[in-house]
Design a protein around this ligand. Sequence first.
Ligand SMILES: Nc1ncnc2c1ncn2[C@@H]1O[C@H](COP(=O)(O)OP(=O)(O)OP(=O)(O)O)[C@@H](O)[C@H]1O
Ligand SMILES: [Mg+2]
Length: 450
Amino acid sequence: MTDTTSTQAAPAPLMTLQDIRKSFATTDGEHLVLDGIDLTIEPGEVLALLGKSGSGKSTLLRCIAGLMAPSSGEVLIGDRQLDGPNSQTAMVFQTFALLPWLTVQQNVELGLEARGIESKERTQKAQRAIELIGLDGFEDAFPKELSGGMRQRVGFARALVVEPDVLLMDEPFSALDVLTAETLRNELIELIANHEFTISSVVIVTHNIEEAVVLADRVAVLGSDPGRIKALFDIEMPQPRDRDSAQFVGYVDQIYDLLTQRNHPDVGGGGSGKEQAGPDADAGGDQSASLTALPLASVDGISGLADILAREGTRTIANLADDLGLEVDDLLPQVEALEQLGFAEVHGGRVGLTDIGTDFAGGSIRREKLMFAEAARGQVPLVATIVRALERSKSKRIGAGFFRDALKRRYNDSYAQAQLDVAVDWGRYSELYTFDADRDEFTLEEPHDH
Ligand SMILES: Nc1ncnc2c1ncn2[C@@H]1O[C@H](COP(=O)(O)OP(=O)(O)OP(=O)(O)O)[C@@H](O)[C@H]1O
Ligand SMILES: [Mg+2]
């Protein structure tokens, strides 16, 4: 997709990532999070890093910011090798990361202080940034007095005021409600387009496909387990972009397709180097390798989408989302769940029910439950693991901590818990097992009539 016809010599990249690998030590070895990442940050571009939860987006951003050293590979600034905090970057965090005991003005001045700028200049620069970012009148307020949107404005002001070469943003809008996020996104596009701050490039991490296509000149799609760059898209559309245009929808569809092409790390057993041996491994002792992420979708959401697809037939995901008044990304977990269960198939940005999916959607409540149970047990690794472990346990009960620990070897704490919550929802509904929240324990369901 890169323009190879251009005769002009391309300007040198601002930063170059060369063969970045990053692994974390875990209780049973190394967890490889990023593997062989080659990427450049070009002058003047907005680059989006897109990937599912746990694909290593934040880790990659931290390596660029020099907040974390890669296990191997290099981050080059021009041709100098980075070996510490990257002073040519400033970061906007998802959770704002403001200091609660400092006022807005003081929070914004922080970055300038760290760069040794003297007090008078600091005040002036911070005041200008505060004004540009719409925080006028809030200079003396403390973060706790501000709404989420206003807090993130402070986050932006603090990063922009130092005028870094590269502005790094880690899901800066995802903690905000949809409307506030939309407002801030548009304001940011305007600030960048008007060159109000002297920054060259922006790297934004997101798991929202539309956000990436709205903002970015290039979108890098990260696959999971381990995180590798699956593809780079040049978004060749002028700003502001029309989300309803065929071109926009085309990009979203292509990227969606790529993201939902799941890696199957267990199939073919490629390279985890671990033996899948014996009943103990099966009972969950070493299940982390086969715990493919469960889409975070509720049973109600899944069966709701199945009903809609039964009525509508095969649909383009982007159009379907539009008709339902949702973002494409809102539909992603449900679509993925239907796919994992074998109830739907996705091709070329279109989703449609399979034969058993149609059966499932048209069935009685009892039949839906049975079909769901069979599919989940057969095709959803986490559910299968829980059932197998319970069947092999003498007391037919197992503390949830057992599975939580296995998940935590792979995912961060909140994502591990979210996965477990979904497994509880799915298992309860399909009557494969029950969950006692007080005892934090799974119990095998007594077999009913199935
Ligand atoms: N300091 C750490 N120690 C151990 N494991 C870590 C550490 N930081 C991240 N990980 C693991 O690395 C993987 C990637 O994490 P990372 O936060 O980079 O993903 P992400 O793509 O940003 O996910 P999200 O969309 O949920 O923010 C996860 O499995 C996480 O548990
Ligand atoms: Mg992250």
